[in-house]
Design a protein. Structure first.
Lengths: 73, 425
């Protein structure tokens, strides 16, 4: 799996693969390859979401980014 | 000595009593601007009366409100008559309005309407200017106060829904005279830096004056010029600012903006699980279909009874041989031979008949010929006279002394004409 792959790209690719598989137009061999790739993409997407930690928040101070934590009320 | 305590309701009742004791408060006439105007479902009107520096809550009950000769709204400049008293339940004091008349439309409201018309005529609010928001924004810029509740709400909701996004807070003053310049500057900065693929611009609830910066022309124009898609999130559900009209999406509140901005991780997980299921199903359907196709193939006769194919071929072969025999030249030769023999026989028969006839005709003709044969006549005594080898047919051809040959059937004599006599006829 490509390291620079974004969640969005992976999900879009997964959707395409599922549609292709469902169309039944792929040969058996291509179906198996597509399925394997689809499962990897699904796992990638799943992990991205499951393992995502707290959202990163930065404050744009002048022209540099600083860490930011909102004040609790 | 133990002090007597008061209940809250007793205190509020006392305060109310005090207010009502004051003759000045029992009949007031106020000039003010209407703000935070709300019409209760039962017909009571709740609003705030204000001037540049101060404000007071007001209520007008249904019975009095019925008699109004104009439709009060946000920003209306009004003259009200009424009394001031305490609302015990909440411990607040307010103007109980009995009469209200219009004192010219409020300045803020007029300014709002004018700017709105102007921008509308420029087409800035048109639907076809609205761009779709990114489905999965990676970096979201938030232009608001770093200290307000709005930024906290937005961060909290995005953290819960879609922590994959990164947030950049562009701190802005959102209230007071410098707000418009501050908000505008940050919108422009975010566009210049181009780090974000979505901007949320807004602040939490407040009075119409508090939200006013978002009605300022420079802010509205900065939003309209933003290359990055925008969500406006100003005040509460019921507040509308020009920023709302011009941005790509209007969110009712800052929290609402956060929900519009990002997808929800839970539904994404569900979607991924669903896609995985569909993929498995599609593959297993495909395998099923292939394997049943295979079964069908194996069931075919050729695999079940391989000899059948030979039987069929054999039958075909026999048929072909038959046809071949039919088409053999040997038979055709035989046919032709037979035909020839038949023709020969016919020919013989015809020839015989023909000969017979011819022979018969010959005999007749020969007899006829015999009758006219000069030799036959000569035998009977006729002779042929020739002069110079030419047959003489008339005495005119001859003169006395001429030499002639007289041919008879058995020879000829050479004679000389002595004289001639021509028969009269």
């Amino acid at each position: 799996m490509d390291e620079s792959m974004t969640f969005e790209n992976a999900l879009a690719k997964l959707e395409t693969i599922v549609k292709n598989l469902e169309s039944g137009d792929l040969s058996l061999e291509n179906s198996l390859t597509a399925y394997q790739e689809g499962m990897e993409l699904a796992r990638f997407c799943h992990d991205q979401i499951k393992n995502a930690e707290a959202v990163i928040v930065k404050l744009m101070k002048e022209d540099t980014l600083e860490d930011f934590k909102p004040k609790e009320e | 000595m133990e002090r007597q305590y008061l209940t809250v309701s007793a205190l509020n009742r006392y305060l109310k009593f005090k207010f009502e004791q004051d003759k000045n408060l029992q009949d007031v006439l106020i000039k003010a601007e209407v703000s935070n105007f709300k019409r209760h479902s039962r017909g009571h009107l709740y609003f705030t009366l204000k001037d540049d520096t101060s404000q007071i809550s007001a209520v007008m009950f249904f019975g009095n409100a019925q008699k109004l000769r104009f439709e009060p709204k946000e920003g209306s400049q009004v003259i009200v008559e009424g009394y001031v008293s305490v609302y015990e339940v909440a411990g607040t004091y307010q103007v109980y309005v009995t009469k209200m008349s219009e004192a010219g439309v409020g300045d803020l409201y007029r300014a709002f309407e004018m700017l709105k018309k102007k921008m509308e005529s420029e087409g800035l609010f048109q639907e076809d200017r609205k761009r779709p928001l990114p489905k999965f924004p990676q970096t979201i810029g938030i232009i608001t106060s770093p200290t307000g509740a709005a930024v906290r709400d937005i961060i909290q909701i995005i953290d819960r829904r879609y922590p994959l996004a990164m947030l950049i807070l562009y701190p802005a003053l959102v209230q007071g005279d410098s707000a418009k310049a501050s908000i505008t500057e940050q919108i422009e900065k975010a566009n210049r830096q181009a780090l974000c693929d979505l901007l949320i611009i807004g602040r939490g609830g407040g009075s119409i004056e508090d939200l006013w910066a978002f009605n300022e022309e420079m802010v509205v124009r900065a939003i309209s010029a933003s290359k990055i898609p925008t969500i406006s999130a100003v005040g509460h559900e019921t507040d509308f600012t020009l920023s709302d009209f011009v941005s790509d999406r209007r969110a009712p509140t800052p929290s609402g903006a956060a929900e519009l901005a990002v997808p929800d991780r839970q539904s994404l997980l569900v979607a991924i699980v669903d896609l995985t299921k569909r993929m498995k199903l599609a593959l297993s359907n495909m395998l099923d279909s292939h394997s049943s196709h295979l079964k069908e193939l194996v069931k075919a006769t050729v695999f079940q009874r391989p000899l059948r194919i030979l039987e069929t071929s054999d039958l075909r072969l026999t048929h072909l041989v038959d046809r071949l025999i039919q088409a053999s030249p040997k038979k055709r030769i035989q046919d032709k031979q037979d035909h020839l023999i038949r023709l020969g026989q016919t020919l013989n028969k015809d020839m015989n008949a023909c000969l017979q006839t011819s022979r018969y005709r010959f005999l007749i003709l020969a007899e006829k010929l015999d009758l006219v044969n000069p030799l036959g006549l000569m035998k009977k005594g006729f002779a042929l006279v020739k002069k110079d080898q030419t047959i003489v047919k008339s005495v005119n051809q001859l003169h006395p002394q001429d030499l002639v040959d007289v041919q008879m059937h058995d020879g000829s004599i050479h004679c000389q004409v002595l004289s001639k006599r021509k028969d009269e006829s």
